[in-house]
Design a binder for this molecule. Structure first.
Ligand code: NAD
Length: 489
């Protein structure tokens, strides 16, 4: 059951992803999807919508009619018990028709304020009483701070146990985010070097070119810290910094990620100003066009204190990472759309090429998450010719060109995992709670100290100058993400 089936997420992501699973044979014939939303629609109208959204995402969709015939619609008010009773009887009928053995997945693709109410009703009105499995898939944001997240969690835990809850962080569905584990734990080359003896710093960048668009109302209450750092950025850091799990099982991986979040040094008071930088975009030029500043966007306060950019230095207090800064940055209206991780290795103990006037470039491992997918290793090798000069070479693997096919969409992967009951790539409550408690302390300081210099970066740049200073004071600088692209290698 997809709650919010007429919404943007359902149409752009969920229906096309389900179709891909269907076409690949990963979804058996024995399935039915009930679309639930407010607007009255017939099954036929709903099926037409489903077909249209699949077609706009996938050109060769040859089995569309067959696929869409599995879709049913229920016009629903999420706050009304009688509506759930009708939904229950519909689910029971479909259970018989398709032989579903009582297995149910409830996907909440709706505004977060409804999550708790829906979960409570699902139990109260009997939809969770079923002989098969029951699973709840819940979209972000999971609360807007620790308190609200706790409240939401207790509402959904009333109806579902922790192992039945699949909290979506769509970054965890991305191929290259999942690849972090493989790169680290399947290569004898990297794991022995993956510590403070050999790594000088790590940089995680997730930059967007888009502005806040139509999401001003939501974004004003959220900002980049809550929207990106609490979930996606900290999840990537946890995967990068975790200890090797004793087994590649959900529980073992999650428990190692939780340890990283527990080891992250909390920032309070003035430490926040020292280790974190916030930014807000002003007007600027993008692709030769003038774009407005954040404060000029629809539904945004003209004096807004909301950050559209965050950069921070994270400290992981454990033996492996003591002394290694992990820098993160994310923002809107930046110069390029890119999510990349740069692992910078320490310089060799003695630069033998120094006397020849040469600097030797540090070794870098770059994990390209999006839009490029791949890994690049920057090494030094001899230049061709008679001299023994070192020259930078880049070993490059691009997922797309390597396999020749487009990698599955994150949502396709996550839906499939959920159907198979694999929760590894979803966030556990402990991770959510620890991330919020880290982020809340920063928000508190920022809310109490209005940013005097907003807007402090021009649209179309890589953020405010303070973000560069954050690294410069430790002798580092951001690796320019555009130059690191797979295509530029
Ligand atoms: P949307 O506003 O486009 O869709 C909301 C849906 O909820 C519609 O189907 C609407 O009919 C339904 N709805 C609203 N009030 C209702 C009520 N009282 N009773 C029954 N149905 C009701 O929202 P969206 O962009 O699809 O986002 C849904 C969720 O997914 C949100 O939590 C959002 O944060 C999250 N999300 C969305 C995207 C995306 O790409 N759109 C990405 C990541 C996360």
């Amino acid at each position: 059951m997809i709650f919010g089936a007429t919404g943007d997420l359902a149409n752009r992501k969920l229906f096309p992803s389900l179709y891909r699973l269907f076409e690949k044979g990963n979804l058996s014939e024995r399935f039915a999807v009930v679309g639930v939303a407010r607007r009255p629609l017939s099954n036929e109208e709903f099926q037409e919508n489903v077909k249209n959204s699949v077609q706009s995402a996938i050109k060769d969709s040859t089995r569309l009619d067959e696929f869409a015939s599995h879709f049913y619609y229920h016009s629903h008010d999420v706050t009304d018990s009688s509506s759930y009773l009708a939904l229950k009887s519909m689910a029971e009928d479909l259970d018989n028709t398709y032989g579903l053995e009582g297995n149910r997945i409830f996907y909440l693709a709706m505004a977060p304020e409804f999550f708790g109410t829906i979960a409570v009703h699902l139990k109260q009105d009997g939809l969770t009483e079923t002989n098969g499995f029951k699973r709840l898939v819940i979209e972000k944001p999971f609360g807007h701070d620790l308190e609200s997240a706790k409240e939401l969690n207790s509402q959904i835990r009333h109806a579902f146990s922790e192992d039945e809850i699949y909290r979506i962080d769509h970054y965890l569905g991305k191929q290259m985010v999942q690849n972090i584990e493989v790169i680290r734990f399947a290569n004898a080359l990297f794991e022995p070097l993956w510590n403070n003896r050999h790594i000088s710093n790590i940089q995680v960048t997730s930059s967007e070119v888009l502005g806040v668009e139509e999401r001003g109302r939501y974004y004003e209450k959220s900002g980049a810290l809550r929207d990106m750092v609490q979930n996606h950025m900290l999840q990537m850091v946890a995967l990068l910094a975790m200890e090797p799990p004793i087994r590649l099982t959900t529980d073992e991986i999650r428990s190692e990620k939780v340890k990283v979040l527990r080891a992250m040094r909390p920032l309070e008071g003035d430490m926040v100003h020292e280790h974190f930088v916030r930014g807000q975009y002003g007007k600027g030029m993008l692709d030769g066009e003038q774009v407005p500043g954040y404060r000029e966007e629809p539904m945004v306060d003209s004096e807004s204190n909301t950050e559209t950019f965050v950069a921070g230095r994270l400290t992981i207090d454990n033996f492996r990472w003591a002394g290694v800064p992990i820098y993160i940055r994310t923002g809107k209206r930046m110069a390029v759309k890119s999510t990349k991780i740069v692992i910078q290795f320490k310089d060799i103990p003695m630069n033998l090429y120094y006397e020849t006037g040469q600097t030797v470039n540090p070794n870098l491992l770059i994990i390209h998450i999006q839009p490029d997918e791949g890994i690049t290793l920057h090494l030094n090798a001899k230049k061709s010719g008679n001299q023994l000069e070192a020259n930078q070479v880049k070993l490059n693997f691009s997922n797309k060109s390597g396999s020749g096919i487009n990698t599955p969409e994150a949502y396709e992967k996550l839906l499939y995992d959920c159907m198979r009951g694999d929760a590894t790539n979803f966030t556990h409550w402990d991770e959510v709670a620890l991330s919020w408690s880290f982020v809340d302390k920063i928000s508190e300081v920022w809310e109490n100290h209005k940013a005097k210099n907003f807007p402090n970066y021009e649209a179309g740049t890589m953020g405010p100058e303070e973000a560069d200073q954050l690294l410069a004071k430790e002798g580092f600088s951001w690796w320019p993400v555009a130059d690191l692209d797979v295509d530029n290698c």
